[in-house]
Write a protein that binds this ligand. Structure first.
Ligand SMILES: *Cc1c(COP(=O)(O)O)cnc(C)c1O
Length: 326
């Protein structure tokens, strides 16, 4: 019998707040800005990682999985989230981590890796070359044969079940800001962007007598040359949209030098936003999101009258780690 953890699967996450930001600057540009505080849903299985894992964990239980295997880099929030979820469900977990050099140097492990290990995740470090093969890497083949009840979740947690998992969040945003014109989210793999677009499209209903608003979901890529993500994002959206998808776009110039690069101007901007609005950000995703949106407002890319929602996807486990561990 599987040990199903009620806090993970049977409790849906609480409705997280969505608050309007007050600043003279926004009035000057005649736009309204909301933040959807989705990071408040869980300390570690935080923000978008919760939504992506939800149906995957359910499927793992239905499949009688005894081990969850997944992939990530040394700073992967998805690795941290999966380790916690698996532990709470009483299922073993294995993380295939990019970078074989780390195997011999635990003193160089990130907080994320240390925390995953403490949660009981077995970490296997492989070369970048093997990592590129992902599901076909030698070690994964071997594990598949030796452990028949293995449930595999791709890198970043993004797959069809993950896309479906953005149903509740999309509904919440729709209820909280019914007249939104733009929703912005950070993009790593694009699963979150696809999940929002597909579910918002499916839930789109025109209030009686109201004009169709011009709406767009915009993903801010935190890595360089992100356009390679587009075909997969398009596939996810097509597979999950029962109606014509609403407009969406991937913004490729929000990466500040590349994935995991956090130049001083980004850190300074992050602190300014944190101090002004009292909202904690992470430098890898949400600070880059905020900076890219700031530029769009300043460049008047967003027309007067826009009502925009910034999705705070989480990523705070790196700073909260010391407090959240048992
Ligand atoms: C993983 C992560 C993302 C990226 O989400 P994708 O669905 O992979 O695009 C964005 N924000 C935070 C905080 C994350 O941890």
């Amino acid at each position: 019998m599987q040990n199903i953890c009620p806090t993970i699967l049977t409790n849906s996450p609480a409705i997280t707040p969505c608050t309007i930001l007050e600043h003279p600057w926004f009035r000057k540009y005649q736009i309204k800005v909301w933040v959807k505080h989705d990071y408040r849903n869980h300390p570690t299985i935080q923000g978008n990682k919760w939504h992506k894992l939800k149906y995957n964990l359910q499927q793992a239980i239905e499949d009688n999985a005894t081990t969850i295997l997944t992939f990530g880099g040394a700073y992967s929030n998805h690795i941290a989230a999966t380790a916690v979820a698996a532990k709470q469900m009483g299922i073993a977990s294995i993380g295939i981590i990019r970078g074989e050099e780390l195997a011999e140097q635990p003193e160089k492990w990130s907080h994320t890796l240390q925390a995953a290990k403490q949660q009981g995740m077995a970490l296997i470090f492989i070369s970048r070359q093997q990592y590129r093969l992902k599901h076909d890497a030698q070690i994964v083949q071997t594990l598949k044969q030796s452990r028949p009840n293995l449930f595999i979740i791709p890198e970043g947690g993004s797959n069809d079940l993950a896309i479906k998992g953005f149903d509740e969040l999309s509904h919440q945003i729709q209820q909280q800001v019914p007249n939104w014109s733009h929703i912005f989210c950070p993009v790593g793999t694009g699963g979150t962007l696809a999940g929002l677009v597909a579910n918002l499209s499916n839930q789109e209903t025109l209030p009686a007598g109201q004009k169709l608003l011009n709406r767009e979901v915009c993903g801010m890529a935190v890595l360089k040359q992100a356009n390679y993500l587009l075909p997969e994002i398009e596939q996810w959206i097509a597979a999950h949209s029962s109606k014509k998808p609403i407009c969406w776009r991937l913004e490729p110039n929000a990466h500040c030098g590349g994935y995991g690069k956090t130049p001083n101007y980004l850190r300074a901007f992050q602190h300014r936003i944190e101090n002004t609005f009292g909202i904690p950000l992470d430098p890898i995703y949400t600070a880059k999101l905020a900076l890219a949106v700031y530029h769009q407002i300043r460049n008047k890319t967003l027309p007067a009258g826009s009502e925009i929602v910034l999705l705070h996807t989480g990523g705070l486990q790196g700073r909260a780690i010391a407090k959240s561990l048992p």
